[in-house]
Design a protein around this ligand. Structure first.
Ligand code: NI
Length: 180
């Protein structure tokens, strides 16, 4: 089932998600729906608060549905180490049409549970590292506009308010492939 993606400034996006304690059929349904929603939106990742569910669940697939082995589910994830810096353009499904450069760690090592509750660790670099950081931020109620410099954030918020005032609809450009 394709879920409705919550857009900024809805409150659920700014509150920390609750840790997952039950690894049950309801969780598996949420995960399946989140993948379906990500693919329908041409995204590469999605966090549960973005579909209005305040839980620490995120799904990621850099192949956008083309490579089954690229499907990743992170439950209760945390970054256990990070190093270096990268400064690349980022987009978010909760901020249609906004693509801005954001500073992130170059490499991260994360720890998370899979959909059965089993803990695992994983290293990531470049885009996957960025995506992990972006999604884990969502689970903490942290949005990518708050990772921008103050000036860039003010300009971006002004653009968002203007688009919302004008009722500008989200478009389906190539750029959307890098939203998460
Ligand atoms: Ni996002």
């Amino acid at each position: 089932m394709i879920l409705k993606i919550v857009k900024y400034p809805e409150q659920v996006l700014s509150q920390p998600g609750e840790p997952v304690t039950e690894f049950d059929a309801e969780l598996r349904k949420l995960i399946a729906d989140m993948f379906e929603t990500t693919y329908a939106s041409q995204g590469i990742g999605l966090a549960a608060p973005q579909v209005g569910v305040s839980k620490r669940v995120t799904v990621i697939d850099l192949s956008m549905g083309k490579e089954p082995k690229d499907k990743l589910v992170l439950i209760n994830p945390e970054i256990i180490s990070s190093e270096g810096k990268q400064y690349e353009e980022e987009g978010c499904l909760s901020f249609p049409e906004i693509h801005e450069k954001v500073v992130r760690a170059a490499n991260v090592r994360i720890r998370a549970q899979d959909e059965k509750g089993k803990w695992f660790e994983m290293d990531a670099e470049t885009l996957l590292s960025r995506c992990f950081q972006h999604e884990i931020d969502h689970l903490d109620g942290m949005l990518f506009i708050y990772r921008m410099s103050g000036l860039k954030r003010d300009l971006t918020l002004r653009r968002i308010r203007k688009m919302q005032r004008e009722g500008s609809e989200e478009h389906t450009s190539e750029l959307q492939s890098r939203q998460y």
